[in-house]
Design a protein around this ligand. Structure first.
Ligand code: UDP
Ligand code: MG
Length: 317
C-alpha cells in the first residue's frame, strides 16, 4: 500500500458546461487508483480563473457534495498559466506528495493519470503527458501547434514535443518550480529546465467535451511569442549575426562598386550611395545586436532565477 497523496489541479475559465463531467471522470480515476493502492488519497483543486459564468457556483456546489473537490477562486481573469500557477503555489506547500495539472475540458485523457501515479511511485519526479496523435484537432490547430513546437525548438526553447500542461510533479519538483520569481510564465519550458528524474506517459487527445476553446489563434500566437521571448535570447543574437552578415555583404559590394567606378561605368554618386547604404545598414544592425546582448544579460538578471536545486546527497546530514 502506497502512502502517496495526490492532488489534481484544474484551471477553469467559463467551464460550467464541463465541470460535472470532469468531476465524474476524475473521481472514477482516483477511486480506481486508491483501490489499486497507487495512492492513498486523491483530491481535486479547481482554480476558477475569474469566470463570468456559473463556474464558481458550481465548484462550491461540487465541493459540498464531493469531499474530494476543493476550490480556489481568483479575483479576476489572469490567464491559463497564471491560474495554474496559483493552484500549484498552493499545492507546493500542502500535504500532497504528487501534483497533477490538467485542463478542465477533458481533452487530455484522465486515465493517463493512473500511469503517471505509477511512475511517480517508481521514483520519477516529473512525468509529462505526451499526445501521440492529433486526430481530433482541426487541421488548423494541428498545424499551428506543430509550427509552434518547431519554432520553439529552433529559437532555443527546450520544450517536450506535443506536451502541453498535463503533467505530474512531485512536491519537491514543484517547490523548485515555484521558487522561480519571474512574472512571465511559460510553465512547460520552466518545468523542463528544472531537471530531476523525468518520464513520459503517452495518450491520445480527445475533442473538447463541451464549450469552446478559450485559446483562439490570437492568444496562441501571443503564447508562442511569450514562450520564445521568455525563454531564449536567440532572437537578439539573430540581430547580431545578421548585422555581421550585412557587413560582409557591404564589403563585397564595396569591391564591386569600386571596380565599376574604376571602369567608369557609373552615374556620379552611385558608388558612394551604394557603399554607404550597405555599410551603414550592417553597422546599425551590429550595434543593435550588441545592445541586444546587454539587454539579454539584463533579462536573465531580472528573472532572479534560483541557481540550482539539489537532487540527492550522499553522506551529508
Ligand atoms: N483557462 C483559464 N484561463 C483562461 C483561459 C483558459 O484558466 O484565461 C483554462 C480553461 O478553462 C482550460 C484550460 O485553461 O481548463 C485550457 O484552455 P482551452 O481548453 O480553452 O485551450 P485549448 O485546449 O483550446 O488550447
Ligand atoms: Mg482544451
Amino acid at each position: 500500500m502506497n502512502d502517496t497523496k495526490l492532488v489534481i489541479v484544474v484551471p477553469c475559465y467559463n467551464e460550467e458546461e464541463v465541470l460535472h463531467e470532469t468531476t465524474r471522470q476524475l473521481t472514477s480515476v482516483v477511486e480506481r487508483m486508491e483501490k489499486d493502492g497507487i495512492i492513498s488519497k486523491g483530491m481535486f483543486l479547481y482554480v476558477d480563473d475569474g469566470s463570468k459564468d456559473a463556474t464558481w457556483r458550481l465548484i462550491e456546489e461540487l465541493s459540498g457534495s464531493n469531499k474530494r473537490v476543493m476550490g480556489l477562486k481568483l479575483a479576476h481573469n489572469v490567464g491559463h498559466q497564471n491560474a495554474l500557477w496559483a493552484g500549484l503555489e498552493w499545492a507546493a506547500q500542502s500535504e500532497f506528495d504528487a501534483i497533477v495539472s490538467i485542463d478542465a475540458d477533458l481533452q487530455d485523457d484522465v486515465n493517463a493519470i493512473v500511469e503517471m501515479g505509477q511512475k511517480f511511485n517508481a521514483g520519477f519526479e516529473v512525468v509529462y503527458g505526451v499526445r501521440n496523435e492529433r486526430k481530433t484537432d482541426t487541421f488548423f490547430k494541428k498545424h499551428t501547434a506543430q509550427m509552434f513546437y518547431k519554432l520553439m525548438s529552433t529559437m532555443g526553447g527546450d520544450v517536450v514535443y506535443n506536451h502541453a500542461d498535463f503533467r505530474l510533479m512531485s512536491r519537491r519538483a514543484l517547490q523548485a518550480l515555484v521558487a522561480h520569481p519571474e512574472r512571465n510564465l511559460f510553465l512547460r519550458g520552466m518545468v523542463r529546465s528544472l531537471g530531476f528524474s523525468q518520464e513520459y506517459v503517452y495518450y491520445s487527445r480527445n475533442e473538447r467535451f463541451a464549450g469552446e476553446s478559450k485559446y483562439p489563434f490570437s492568444k496562441m500566437l501571443s503564447f508562442a511569442i511569450d514562450g520564445i521571448t521568455s525563454f531564449s535570447i536567440k532572437p537578439l543574437r539573430l540581430i547580431t549575426s545578421s548585422g555581421v552578415l550585412f557587413i560582409f555583404v557591404a564589403l563585397a559590394i564595396i569591391c564591386y562598386a569600386l571596380y565599376e567606378y574604376a571602369v567608369g561605368h557609373v552615374v556620379p554618386g552611385w558608388t558612394s550611395l551604394l557603399v554607404s547604404l550597405w555599410f551603414i545598414g550592417g553597422a546599425i544592425l551590429t550595434a543593435i545586436g550588441v545592445i541586444g546582448e546587454y539587454i539579454g544579460k539584463i533579462y536573465r538578471e531580472v528573472k532572479r532565477r534560483p541557481r540550482y536545486f539539489v537532487e540527492k546527497m550522499a553522506n551529508i546530514e
